[in-house]
Ligand binder design. Structure first.
Ligand SMILES: Nc1nc2c(ncn2[C@@H]2O[C@H](COP(=O)(O)OP(=O)(O)OP(=O)(O)O)[C@@H](O)[C@H]2O)c(=O)[nH]1
Length: 556
């Protein structure tokens, strides 16, 4: 046909040129008109010639194509155009598709769906070998032939077929493996890094993160079929195994988010019934499906699992959104990370045809970004929680009035000093300070003034000691201070200094000038001591002796 078209155009253009030559001397006055007409004819001929060549190419392309049709379903003959997705409805169980090709080069047929249990391609009753790849891939030879594609489908669905040339298929395969290699590399790095951090910080949130990313990574590995390159495809294409890791991903992801944001403590009922229990149900079903043979029960349970997962995801999403609304720390980052994955899922379902690349890799990329953001959220949250813990511990060991150690805090600090003393030797100096007649101060000037006195006395004692010494208030008007020295002279000088400083002090409060005196008991320990409480007892006795001396002096 193309030939006929080309010859016709040439035949049309040549007589016109001839005619122009013959008539030109006779029709001189019409020369210009004729010339322009001839020129137009020439242009037209050239255009038609180009068109004929183009139509020849189009025709050749039509020749170089394959068609697929479903033998059991009418009106399903569809072209298998190179690099274009062809969707064909298939029924549950065995489907016979006929593929007719007239192609001038080898190509591959990629079957892009994992709901196929088995597939065979027969050309002239000879079974074609599958290519070891992450999908079902058959080589379509060069030439004109008809082939039978036999598919065993798990359920009714729309099958996606794609025909590619061998070089294109090889390039796409390498790109795919490189991208997924990068993805798995990122997952493994994050898992190892956070696991090590979790071990050193002894925090289970890091471990839950690792389980989640690990399960999701294995799930994607099975889904994408890269594992088929190393293991038997029948083993790794196992749908039960896929579903088991899907269930594990949902379960570990849910537990991770709940623990990270502390949702079970804030909204315990809703978290338990709407999120935690459904996650356990999903995990349970996935374990059952891993061992259940294919059939009606399998399909029913898989549907229940899918619906429960959907409901669970919606509830979790709502909970995270509410947590970020009430400003739970890092909830916004978790929400943003989840939103990215949700967008990728929506894109895959509704707009997948817009960009085959994003349809293919969007979910994987979004999960990579999500795991990175969640790693940041986890470390940020743990940093905040540790800071709060340190603050709470400090508060539990501090006397709120005097801002020095309380009894518990002082005993802990004293134990540490005692331990150092027992290993390094030296002198321990323990001061036991009790205010004289403090009850009278309270009674005379009021509790507020009494508080002020206690605060100032604590400041004075703290000032006389070094940073490494333990200063505390045991309760009421009793203070203690423990210091470690190299020799006895230093401890003696401390005792003298403190006793002198706490004798007849004039304290000005908001309401009055108060005269305060304290009795100081000092004990020095040079040998190894067994306990802080024994040391305290001795210091207490020394303080009483000092108090009695003070009282006697006052009386005389
Ligand atoms: N303002 C104030 N008073 C306190 C506080 N804790 C205890 N007290 C009072 O301190 C007083 C201590 O009384 P005592 O143990 O008899 O001591 P004292 O009056 O100094 O008698 P001596 O120790 O024998 O000299 C009691 O009246 C307590 O109510 C406090 O935090 N603030």
């Amino acid at each position: 046909m193309t030939y006929f078209f080309a010859v016709h155009v040439t035949a049309l253009s040549e007589p016109n040129l001839l005619l122009s030559r013959v008539l030109s001397p006779v029709l001189v006055n019409r020369r210009n008109k004729a010339q322009s007409a001839i020129r137009s004819f020439c242009y037209l001929s050239a255009v038609l010639l180009i068109c004929s060549m183009f139509s020849h190419r189009l025709y050749a392309q039509q020749q170089n194509t394959c068609f697929v049709s479903h033998e059991q379903l009418d009106d399903t003959t569809l072209p298998l155009t190179l690099n274009q997705l062809t969707r064909l409805p298939v029924r549950q169980f065995i489907n016979h598709l006929s593929v007719s090709c007239n192609v001038n080069e080898q190509s591959v047929l990629v079957i892009n769906n994992n709901a196929i249990r088995h597939a065979n391609l027969l050309i002239d009753h000879q079974e074609q070998q599958k290519i070891a790849a992450n999908k079902l891939v058959f080589v379509l030879p060069q030439g004109q032939y008809s082939a039978n594609l036999i598919l065993d489908a798990e359920r009714d669905f729309s099958l996606t077929l794609e025909r590619k040339t061998l070089p294109e298929y090889a390039l796409a395969g390498q790109q795919h493996n490189l991208l997924l290699g990068m993805f798995f590399g990122l997952c493994i790095t994050l898992v190892f890094y956070l696991y090590v951090m979790g071990r050193s910080l002894k925090d289970k949130r890091f471990h839950f993160y690792c389980y989640y990313v690990l399960c999701a990574g294995i799930f994607f590995l099975l889904q994408e079929g890269n594992i088929n390159l190393f293991f038997d495809a029948n083993l790794t294409n196992n749908r039960g195994l896929n579903l088991l890791f899907a269930g594990l991903t949902v379960f570990t992801g849910t537990i991770f988010v709940i623990t990270l944001l502390g949702l079970q403590r804030r909204w315990s009922r809703f978290t338990r019934y709407a999120v935690m229990y459904p996650a356990v149900v999903v995990l349970g079903i996935s374990i059952v499906l891993c061992f259940l043979p294919r059939g009606e029960w399998f399909t029913l349970l898989a549907t229940i699992m899918a619906r429960t997962t959907m409901a669970l995801l919606m509830c979790s999403f709502g909970l995270i959104a509410y947590a970020s609304y009430v400003r739970v720390h890092t909830a916004r980052l978790v929400l943003f990370a989840s939103l990215i994955v949700c967008c990728a899922m929506a894109f895959r379902i509704f707009l997948g045809d817009q960009s085959p690349f994003l349809q293919r890799y969007g979910l994987i990329f979004s999960f990579a970004i999500e795991s990175f953001l969640l790693a940041i959220a986890t470390s940020e949250r743990i940093k905040r929680i540790n800071q709060e813990k340190i603050l709470a511990q400090a508060q539990a060991m501090t006397d709120p009035l005097c801002e020095i150690f309380n009894r518990r805090g002082w005993e802990e600090a004293a134990e540490k000093i005692l331990k150092t003393h027992n290993t390094q030797q030296g002198i321990l100096c323990l001061l036991y300070i009790d205010l004289d007649c403090f009850k009278e101060i309270n009674d005379t000037y009021g509790h507020k003034a009494g508080d002020e006195v206690l605060r100032i006395i604590a400041k004075i004692i703290r000032k006389q000691m070094r940073d490494q010494d333990a200063v505390g208030r045991l309760g009421g008007d009793e203070f203690v201070a423990l210091a470690q020295f190299d020799d006895a002279l230093q401890s003696e000088s401390l005792k003298v200094r403190v006793t002198k400083r706490l004798k007849n002090i004039n304290i000005s409060t908001d309401s009055a000038q108060i005269r305060v005196t304290a009795s100081v008991g000092c004990v020095v320990f040079s040998d190894n001591e067994t306990s802080v409480s024994e040391m305290l007892q001795k210091a207490d006795q020394a303080m009483y002796t000092s108090k009695r001396e003070n009282q006697d002096t006052t009386l005389t």
